[in-house]
Design a protein around this ligand. Structure first.
Ligand SMILES: Cc1ncc(COP(=O)(O)O)c(C=O)c1O
Length: 422
């Protein structure tokens, strides 16, 4: 029996409608920017395998850090124990992150990094005697992950509608400083914090905001005395052309959520960074005031060793700058070939992320287009590129190993896909 047939008998894939979707790709190997399928077909990984792969697949330094650490100390619980890779990684993250963040809490994916941030923010209010602060302010279209807290601060439409009665209340506003200011005033002392994906709202359709907006949110949080939570699960580690989007905007959030690119996109590890003031708010002779949160694989040594190797690569290979030049090459190609095509709108780029909206005449946008999505995805695969449009948004976000020839192939595929839905 083929692997696909066996898969179909036992696997439940994420974000997949099994009744209608095409068979999954059978991926055999991955190297640099190329995924090789079992039948030998090569595909350029145009979306960095869900925005994770940073330097390229199977970077030798990551592979070697992985193997060495697995042979030395593969895993140990992180409550009441510590180890060199975790301490060194925390030190390096603090050194690299926007100034003022001095404590690192590890978990294992982007959603949990967000859960940790939300729980820390809420518990600090409780420690300060402000239990009434139970509403987080977030942005329309926000996506912060799939766990309950992360869903609550995300936009429920379309993914989380069945769960809305079970989610804690959050206030969503447009990504606009006036709207944020108005909501903060309205919420007053109910507000527990503001959470945003700085510079790029990924799952919302690669919506891009200015550094000024991020700075304004910081200023508004200061004015209203509430924490700013920056979810850099996608934007972190160079995607915006700088190591962190907050760094690009010159702001320090109170809580910073990191995952995906933390390990170069090769191992599930995440981190929530915060300030000394936040850490100290939990210190007490009473044990109950501790932060009672932790996962089995918190601070996993292999993940930490791999993340350290990834940070080395970021420095040695100037990964953020490389991602920026890759994004620039793709953007230039698209501007040259798509100019004047009125069904192609809002061509945009931040660092290594390039996107445009497809708005064919006579259709109502993303609803209709979402039916086209499988066709578009298949069209990209036929052209040797793995892309996964978000509704009517076509985007590329390849790893730093992507050559200019591969960038040109990605751009050509995107232009031809746009042509198909004119
Ligand atoms: C901004 C952002 N936050 C959180 C998450 C959730 O991360 P994970 O899928 O690792 O739980 C994602 C995933 O795409 C994301 O883009």
């Amino acid at each position: 029996m083929s692997l696909i047939a066996r898969d179909k008998r036992c696997i439940w894939h994420p974000y997949t409608q099994h009744a209608t979707e095409a068979d999954p790709l059978e991926v055999a190997t991955a190297k640099d920017s190329v995924l090789t399928l079992a039948d030998g077909t090569e595909l350029i990984d145009g979306i960095s395998s869900w925005w994770a792969t940073l330097h390229g697949h199977a970077h030798p330094k990551i592979v070697s850090a992985f193997a060495q650490q697995a042979a030395t100390l593969d895993h140990v619980l992180f409550a009441g124990a510590t180890h060199e890779p975790a301490v060194r990684l925390a030190e390096r993250l603090i050194e690299k992150a926007p100034k003022g963040l001095s404590r690192v809490f590890f978990s294992d994916n982007g959603s949990t990094a967000v859960e940790v941030a939300i729980k820390m923010a809420r518990q600090v209010w409780c420690h300060r005697g402000e239990e009434q602060r139970d509403v987080f302010l977030c942005l329309d279209g926000a996506y912060h992950g799939d766990t309950f807290g992360a869903m609550a601060v995300g936009d429920p439409d379309p993914f989380f509608l069945p769960f809305t009665p079970m989610l804690f209340s959050a206030k969503r506003v447009a990504a606009d400083s006036d709207a944020v200011q108005k909501a903060l005033k309205q919420l007053g002392n109910r507000c527990a914090g503001v959470i945003l994906e700085p510079l790029i709202q990924g799952a919302a359709g690669m919506l891009m905001q200015t550094v000024e907006f991020v700075q304004q949110v910081r200023a508004l949080c200061d004015e209203h005395g509430v924490p700013m939570i920056a979810d850099e699960v996608m934007t972190g580690f160079g995607r915006t052309g700088e190591l962190f989007a907050c760094g690009k905007a010159g702001v320090t959030p109170d809580l910073l959520c990191l995952a995906k690119g933390l390990t170069g996109g090769s191992f599930p590890l995440s981190a929530t960074l915060t300030t000394e003031a936040y850490f100290e708010a939990f210190l007490s002779p009473e044990r109950i005031r501790a932060f009672f949160h932790g996962h089995t694989f918190t601070g996993n040594p292999i993940g930490c060793a791999v993340a350290l190797a990834s940070l080395d690569i970021c420095e040695e290979e100037l990964t953020p700058a490389r991602l920026d030049s890759i994004g620039s090459r793709i953007e230039d190609n698209l501007r040259a070939r798509l100019a004047g095509q009125c069904h192609v709108q809002k061509l945009r780029r931040t660092g290594g992320v390039v996107a445009f909206d497809l708005v064919p005449s006579g259709t109502a946008g993303s609803g209709y287009l979402s039916e086209l999505q499988p066709m578009l995805r298949a069209a990209a695969i036929e052209r040797g590129v793995l892309l996964r449009p978000l509704g009517n948004v076509l985007y590329a976000l390849p790893p730093a190993s992507t050559t200019f020839d591969q960038c040109d192939q990605i751009s050509s595929a995107m232009c031809e896909m746009a042509e198909l839905v004119r």
